[in-house]
Write a protein that binds this ligand. Sequence first.
Ligand SMILES: Nc1ncnc2c1ncn2[C@@H]1O[C@H](COP(=O)(O)OP(=O)(O)OP(=O)(O)O)[C@@H](O)[C@H]1O
Ligand SMILES: [Mg+2]
Length: 236
Amino acid sequence: MILSVEAVTAGYGNGPDILHEVSITLHEGEIVAIIGPNGAGKSTLLKSILGLTSLRHGTVHHGSRDLTPLPVASRIRSGIAFVTQGLNIFPDLTVAENLEMAAYTMTNRSEVQQKYAEIMAFFPQLQAYARHTAGLLSGGERQMLALGMGLMLSPEVLLLDEPSIGLAPKVITEVFQQIQRIRDQGTSILMVEQNAAKALEISDRGYVLELGRNALTGTGASLLADPKVGSLYLGR
Ligand SMILES: Nc1ncnc2c1ncn2[C@@H]1O[C@H](COP(=O)(O)OP(=O)(O)OP(=O)(O)O)[C@@H](O)[C@H]1O
Ligand SMILES: [Mg+2]
């Protein structure tokens, strides 16, 4: 098990509990999808894994390491990267500068250059735009850049919040193919998605969150075939 969230109850500041005893696991080499309606607490779950919420009960482990008492920086250093929902690049910087910014904690110049070259080889489309302002990229290219930024620190676990949001169907297929390629090269992926059908298709397992609680879980295929998931999330 590379990541495990056990019975986490969390909220923001002194506000109400948003998550109620939520548990999820991610095994090495998996893509796991979190689906559920708006406001269910999906983003809050990812933020809780990073330590950005106020945790009131439960634990978060990365492998055997208990992250629960650790601050955000230590959790990121332990090998967890977060690609946030919505605007997740610096639009006024070039593509190359964005990737450099994402490596700001790397102190060894040649390691940064090596990682940069790796990311560019992995996403050849970005290479052509290295000196372009990132704000001018298409939606799909931006998301590719955001994924590249997430990979700069060589994470073991990549947390993705709505990677397909606002993208055209053909581009969504491309982004999901990139996500599978990232998994294939050894990064485990926990992904929140509104696009339940496509997300479950590429996921080993999935969880449905409702009102901040675990509602359903199963393999991607079994959730896709579940009549409740079908009527609520797949428009069947
Ligand atoms: N920074 C915050 N401070 C206080 N409450 C917040 C904060 N962020 C989210 N919330 C509240 O937490 C609840 C769950 O929000 P969250 O963003 O986790 O849902 P979500 O499942 O990601 O929804 P969506 O599909 O719309 O992205 C909502 O009621 C929201 O208003
Ligand atoms: Mg969200």
